[in-house]
Write a protein that binds this ligand. Sequence first.
Ligand code: ZN
Length: 83
Amino acid sequence: MKKLSKSGAKEKIDEFFERERFKPEEAKKIKRLGMKFKIKLGDKKKRFCKKCFSDLRDGKVRIDKGYKIVECKCGYKNKWRLR
Ligand SMILES: [Zn+2]
């Protein structure tokens, strides 16, 4: 594999999140890539499940006490504080 620069990695990450759909393995790779280059995914992290990396587009969304809770098909409840 070609060695990736930080800007190359960032580009790859941006491209990934512009896509409509993705596979859990791909999300996992992107997260690892971000960690390797210390690139913060920020709000983009909310696109996939913290536990199984599935697309959360299909998740059940609930708002509770200032939190947004998205339940993944794996059963894990992803929680984010609303700003
Ligand atoms: Zn999940």
